[in-house]
Design a protein around this ligand. Structure first.
Ligand code: SAH
Length: 202
């Protein structure tokens, strides 16, 4: 099993978006953030042997990290065909029977754990809402990245759907520098990684 730093190095080498699309809020998670979040998931829930869904998979860094940590199967859901071409290249080293790509909008996928870095709603407020709803329908455990300050929105939505936020970690994400509305070449944004858990029925 790779260590956190080995995982970060391996994930940093994956292909990212060629020409990130503003409207889809395409920004890849960097290798260090992905490795840190997945390492936490490995310690808390164990990724090994689990079925994982990566919603809005992009070029696949989160789901591929799960494959490297021993997930039995990962389903990648992605709407953009160009991203899927790169995702397929990144997935080439992994056995076909451990992975599946669904080309389509975010949707229910039966899984043990969801991992996702959904659109933050920089373009559209709460663009992450449909991702969270799909995640709730898919798995009892969710690891997800959101804009810092989303806690109130997350907790309200979780509460409505029988989930609770059990962990929150601070990250700084570098949004795609190609996004036209960003003046600087690099744009760092305060983000949070959260673990959401389905509450046991009383
Ligand atoms: N998970 C990747 C990509 C994050 S960017 C990573 O962590 O690097 C968000 C991704 O969601 C993009 O690839 C975008 O194309 C995809 N996306 C946006 N709206 C979507 C939708 N409605 N259904 C499925 N994927 C969507």
């Amino acid at each position: 099993m790779p260590s956190k730093s080995q995982l970060a190095v391996a994930l940093s080498k994956l292909k990212g978006f060629d020409k990130p699309k503003d409207a889809l809020e395409q920004y890849r998670t960097d290798g260090d953030t992905a490795a840190d979040l997945l390492h936490k998931a490995q310690l808390i829930d164990g990724i090994e042997g689990k079925r994982v869904a990566d919603l809005g998979a992009g070029t696949g860094i989160l789901g591929i990290g799960c494959l490297q940590l021993g997930a039995s199967h990962v389903t990648f859901v992605e709407i953009d065909e160009e991203a899927i071409t790169l995702l397929e290249e990144n997935l080439a080293p992994f056995a076909q029977d451990r992975r599946e790509i669904i080309h389509g909008g975010v949707q229910h996928v039966q899984a043990d754990i969801v991992v996702m870095n959904p659109p933050f709603g920089v373009q559209r407020t709460h663009a992450d809402r449909p991702f969270l709803l799909a995640a709730f329908s898919s798995a009892p455990i969710i690891y997800s990245l959101h804009l810092a300050g989303s806690e109130g929105f997350l907790d309200a939505l979780c509460n409505e759907h029988g989930y609770a936020r059990t962990h929150t970690w601070d990250y700084e994400l570098q949004l795609a520098r190609s996004m036209k509305h960003h003046r600087q070449r690099t744009h760092r944004t305060a983000a949070i990684g959260v673990r959401l858990e389905r509450r046991q029925p009383l």
